[in-house]
Design a protein around this ligand. Structure first.
Ligand SMILES: [Zn+2]
Length: 156
């Protein structure tokens, strides 16, 4: 195992997702009755809320992708770090409060089901910043880590 010491991500030493940040800011600032920001026709409390709170896990890569978008929308940086593949997870994440996320479109998926260990989700995330509408388009790769879907990287 000569390769083992080659790459040690800064966060892996502590064995926790976010050693620098304050303890568990799990509940996001969105009431359970509100429409879920992820684009599914559901209430936050029945959709991405339990994922953000850690009481449920995303069953598919697409659901993880949606919940990560919703985490951006509600400002839950801890959830974003927690659902990032350990090897590439940034040590911390600062969300820009000036960005208002306004919608998510899923454009396509591969793999990523209960029967897969890997998958991709192509999406378009819409936002508003400084009075202007913008969008981010990405094809993201996801894998399972310890059985749970995590985000790895942008392929495009
Ligand atoms: Zn949702």
């Amino acid at each position: 195992m000569p390769r083992r010491a080659a790459r040690t991500p800064p966060t892996s030493r502590a064995g926790r997702t976010s050693p620098a940040s304050r303890t568990a800011r799990t509940t996001a600032a969105l009431p359970p009755d509100a429409a879920c920001p992820c684009g599914l026709p559901a209430r936050y409390g029945d959709c991405c809320g339990p994922l953000h709170a850690g009481t449920a896990a995303a069953p598919t890569a697409e659901r993880l992708m949606r919940s990560r978008y919703a985490a951006f929308a509600v400002g839950d940086a801890a959830y974003l770090l927690r659902t990032w593949a350990a090897a590439v997870r940034p040590p911390e994440l600062d969300l820009d409060p000036a960005v208002r996320w306004t919608g998510l479109d899923i454009l396509g998926t591969t793999g990523g089901s209960a029967f897969h260990a890997e998958g991709t989700v192509e999406f378009r995330a819409r936002y508003r910043l400084d009075g202007r509408d913008g969008e981010q388009r990405e094809n993201s790769r996801f894998v399972r880590e310890g059985g749970l879907w995590v985000y790895v990287e942008a392929l495009t």
